[in-house]
Design a protein around this ligand. Structure first.
Ligand SMILES: [Fe+2]
Length: 215
């Protein structure tokens, strides 16, 4: 790649297209809902009850439900819906990042492992932004939709390809199952042990001691 290619200036129209493409890509996953459902089914068929893949698929189901709860919650119930989503989304992502993605790289899928880390880091940054938006604003719902689109696509990549490769090509499957369960529990059970419970944490838009209605 030559100097001019490396340092070429992006034209305004190209720049606009790439920004629009990124935003749309995050909100509307490129694959259809039907293709996502087929990938989930295929991955479920490759899993055995209790293994790391069946646990990951269970988490994915919980994450989809938690996003639905955020989308449909009344404004006053949104903080709790967001916190319930954050617990399962972060716990699942951290367990993947500590256990599954390193194994994916070792199984010959380094580029996909790197992409998986990048996508999940982006999701964590977006969730941190969501925490700072007033839940009664339309911007809160827009942000939820944005994150949901990106996460649905990420789970499709895992279920449709990356995890099938990890299941087929990594020798010590029992190790992955044990360590994935440990790391998920470390986060999710830890959240439940917080003095006030994870769903009562105070966010920046709230008054300390604010009461929240049940979900
Ligand atoms: Fe995942």
């Amino acid at each position: 790649m030559g100097f001019t290619r490396l340092f070429s200036v992006q034209q305004p129209k190209e720049l606009n297209m790439s920004i629009v493409g990124k935003v749309l890509g995050a909100i509307t996953p490129p694959e259809s809902e039907k293709r996502r459902a087929e990938a989930t089914l295929k991955a479920r068929q490759a899993a055995t009850p209790g293994d790391w893949l069946s646990m990951a698929l269970d988490h994915h189901g919980q994450i989809r439900s938690a996003f639905e709860a955020c989308r449909t919650a009344k404004p006053q119930a949104r903080p709790q819906a967001m916190m319930a989503l954050a617990v399962v989304l972060n716990g699942h992502a951290l367990a993947e990042e500590v256990v599954l993605y390193p194994a994916l790289a070792k199984a010959g899928e380094k580029a996909h492992a790197a992409l998986a880390y990048t996508e999940q880091t982006t999701a964590k940054m977006q969730m941190a932004e969501l925490e700072r938006i007033d839940p009664s604003d339309q911007a809160w719902l827009d942000k939820v939709e944005h994150i949901r689109g990106a996460v649905l696509h990420h789970m499709f990549e895992e279920e449709g390809s990356w995890f099938l490769a990890l299941k087929a090509d990594y020798d010590d499957q029992a190790f992955l199952t044990r360590r994935f369960a440990e790391e998920y529990a470390r986060y999710v059970d830890g959240a439940e042990r917080l003095p006030t419970g994870a769903l009562h944490e105070i966010r920046s838009f709230e008054e300390p001691g604010a009461e929240r209605p049940p979900l």
